[in-house]
Design a protein around this ligand. Structure first.
Ligand code: PLP
Length: 395
């Protein structure tokens, strides 16, 4: 995959966004320099400077205190770190008995991690794909009445549909009942404005590769500099102030920081540009396949994501056919691609199995162009009728 124009069109930024040139430069500089960020000599200090610069860049992207940022190997690890019963939030030590998660969360949240399976409760989505706030409040009231401490985890934007979740409202409800809120902000970061205080999140998860940094880096960001998970996931060394042991991946963090800085600097213009491309893509899809169903078209969502169902076609079949037509897109969530099955997100929105199996996701990003949209529409316009006419399509 290359950001350089090629015969292929890449519309799968929610799976991974191509490396931004600024991130590449920062990484190469860091790799050329070397050094262990814990060493006290000049090489180590230079590496440390890069890590701390990245920390400030992530803090600037999220409006957070740099002291509250713990770098990890990615968002899956940041989620696994955050989802632990023993927390310290705004100076208060809490031990959570229950984890409430939205039904459309990423599998790395649904798993519940360091909560026992019986401690994890799933909250329904409404038919617009948003977490049901009434159900959340009912659960919070019930647990508070029984003296149970709750951690709530609600994502910022869904990775399959792009639909924005009411995180600030969920946080207000949670805090009013003494609960703590974690937000997986992976798909929103760098695509919409992000302010951890406005969201009211006590912890926030980020991933580098969704915003044009390298794969294998992420962060858990605290809503207050002193908020911590009291049990590290990886213990031993003193890195990350004892919150995550292991030698820092300096080059990856430098790339993550540069990508965050660039995404933030370009945010206002880029949001409108991507929304324009997305709207043209959606209008073109419906024009060439009139029974196509665009999900979430009437609700607040990311400017870069299109989730579309072509009735009567299985998503995997279409993704493979589009791949042969040089177009990279995903069937449902890319993290679970390769796994054939109906999307848990679309099923939670109440879609029939047949539709939940048929959604494909086209996701745009910093490298997407007008020409990409034209080429994608041409490929889809040619491919959908051909796939539909195959005898095995209903299998
Ligand atoms: N959370 C969400 C919403 C995601 O979309 C993803 C990846 O697709 C992850 C978490 C996991 O991110 P990572 O690949 O950095 O582990």
């Amino acid at each position: 995959m290359s950001a350089v124009p090629s015969a292929r069109v890449f519309l799968d930024h929610n799976a991974t966004s191509p490396l931004r040139p600024q991130a590449r430069t920062a990484m190469l500089d860091a790799l050329d320099q070397g050094g262990n960020a814990s060493s006290i000599h000049a090489d180590g200090r230079a590496a440390r400077l890069r890590v701390e610069q990245a920390r400030r860049e992530i803090a600037a992207l999220t409006g957070a205190d740099p002291r509250g940022i713990v770098f990890t190997s990615g968002a899956s690890e940041a989620n696994a770190l955050a989802l632990h019963p023993a927390l310290e939030v705004r100076g208060r030590r809490v031990t959570c008995d229950v984890l409430l998660v939205g039904a459309g969360e990423h599998p790395s949240v649904l798993h519940g991690h360091r909560f026992a399976p019986e401690q994890v409760e799933t909250l329904p989505l409404d038919t617009d794909g948003r977490i049901d706030l009434e159900a959340l409040d009912t659960a919070l009231v019930r647990h508070a009445a029984d003296g149970r401490q709750v951690l709530v985890s609600v994502m910022l934007a869904n990775n399959e549909t792009g639909i924005l979740q009411p995180v600030a409202e969920a946080a207000a409800l949670a805090h009013a009942r003494g609960a703590v809120l974690h937000c997986d902000a992976v798909q929103g970061a760098g695509r919409i404005a992000l302010d951890i205080a406005a969201l009211g999140a006590d912890f926030l998860t980020l991933s580098s590769h969704k915003l044009g940094g390298p794969q294998g880096a992420g962060a858990l960001v605290a809503g207050h500099g002193d908020n911590i998970v009291r049990q590290p996931l990886i213990a031993g060394g003193g890195q990350e102030r004892g919150r995550r042991a292991g030698t820092e991946n300096v080059a990856a963090l430098a790339g993550f920081g540069a990508a965050a800085r660039t995404a933030e600097a370009e945010l206002s213009g880029e949001g409108a540009r991507l929304a324009g491309l997305r709207d043209r893509l959606e209008a073109g899809l419906v024009a060439c396949v009139p029974d196509a169903i665009v999900l979430g078209a009437n609700v607040a969502r990311l400017p870069n994501t299109v989730c579309v169902i072509f009735p009567g076609i299985k998503a995997e079949t279409l993704v493979i056919a589009l791949d042969l037509a040089h177009l990279s897109v995903s069937a449902g969530s890319a993290c679970s691609s390769g796994k054939v099955g109906a999307s848990h997100v679309l099923k939670a929105m109440g879609l029939a199995d047949e539709h939940a199996r048929g959604a494909i996701r086209l996701s745009l990003g910093w490298s997407s162009t007008d020409e990409d949209i034209d080429a994608a529409l041409a490929a889809i316009g040619r491919t959908v009728p051909r796939v539909r006419n195959r005898p095995e399509r209903a299998a």
